[in-house]
Design a protein around this ligand. Structure first.
Ligand code: RI2
Length: 319
């Protein structure tokens, strides 16, 4: 079960930062129910191995470690295997429900920023970003969307199907056409895989170019991100690992074989600095990117004490 979910996340059969977080929480819960061991120690080490396996699948979306650590933290203080199992189940279910509610809340808040007659551009296939667009459509507003193709995995195809089914008029463009249309766009809405303490947004490759084009055209750039996509460890100077996927996704390996001097690169994400982001819509409200630390402190529990504890545990006591 764990190996199956891990493989689906790695191969992107399960994808999207929120979805992978929820499916990891569900996999831990289901694994906890099936581990057969009479002693707590065996149970905990089995769960730790499972957590490790899920953590290794994809490195960038912070929602994944945040979900796994939340569920695993519930094991602290458990007395028996039964108790531990119940804690994992409760915590995983709470995470999944909280995540679904967060996406709904973000949709409600984000939709207000889409106005009647607007042209909205989105990139990739973000549940949180699309939620805002779909909610605006549900509320009866008439507007138009530009959706990018999103090479090399073409997640834009998923997006245009959803928009079409929801009755939203949509233009489908190749990634490189963004700047040509930017002057017609009133608002860019994208999701996030991670948000750092200084408000930088990590999202699907191409996002930062779109942000640059939006900045140049003075088009507002809005990010839809649940609080569990904020990365507390960036407080310690930790960088978000950028996934580079198999080059065969960009150019079939057979074709690469004829081009010995060509190295095909396939970074899956990029970083948009805070200065290109106008608004981050979270389930707790919309914030400017400069307020990212408030989310990390107030909702992810990383205040001064936690920072110092973690800092000392890495570097040792100061002299
Ligand atoms: P939600 C996706 O990553 C995209 O980068 C998308 O913008 C982001 O996760 C957030 O998606 P991938 O799994 O959580 O397609 O909003 O690599 O669905």
């Amino acid at each position: 079960m764990i190996t199956e979910t891990a493989e689906k996340i790695r191969s992107m059969e399960i994808r999207g930062a929120g979805r992978i977080a929820r499916s990891a929480a569900a996999a831990l819960r289901d694994y906890a129910a099936e581990i057969e061991t009479p002693d707590l120690e065996g149970f905990v080490s089995g769960m730790e191995r499972a957590a490790e396996m899920l953590l290794e699948t994809r490195p960038t979306a912070v929602s994944l470690p945040n979900a796994i650590h939340t569920v695993m933290a519930s094991l602290a203080g458990s007395q028996t295997v039964k108790d531990a199992r119940e804690r994992i189940t409760r915590s995983a279910n709470e995470f999944i429900l909280g995540s679904e509610q967060a996406v709904d809340r973000i949709a409600a808040i984000g939709a207000r920023h889409i106005r009647e007659g607007d042209t909205v551009l989105t990139h990739c296939n973000s549940e949180a970003a699309l939620g805002c667009i779909l909610e605006a459509a549900r509320s009866g507003k008439e507007f138009e969307v530009f959706a990018t193709e999103v090479r090399p995995r073409n997640q834009g195809l998923l997006t245009i199907h959803v928009l079409n089914d929801a009755g939203v008029r949509t233009n489908y463009i190749v990634d490189s056409a963004v700047r040509s249309f930017m002057n017609d766009v009133d608002l860019v809405v994208v999701g996030a895989d991670a948000v750092t303490v200084n408000g930088a947004v990590v999202n699907k490759i191409g996002t930062s170019q779109i942000a640059l084009a939006a900045h140049e055209a003075r088009t507002p750039f809005m990010v839809a991100a649940e609080t569990y996509k904020f990365a507390p460890r960036t407080l310690l100077g930790e960088l978000i690992a950028m996934e580079e996927r198999d080059s065969g996704e960009v150019l079939p390996r057979e074709l690469q074989a004829d081009l010995p001097l060509v190295r095909v690169r396939n970074p899956a994400f990029d970083v948009t600095p805070a200065e290109y982001v106008d608004l981050i819509v979270t389930e707790k409200g919309a914030i400017p990117p400069q307020m990212a630390y408030i989310i990390i402190r107030d909702y992810l529990g990383w205040g001064l004490e936690e920072f110092n504890r973690e800092f000392v545990s890495r570097r040792g006591e100061p002299e």
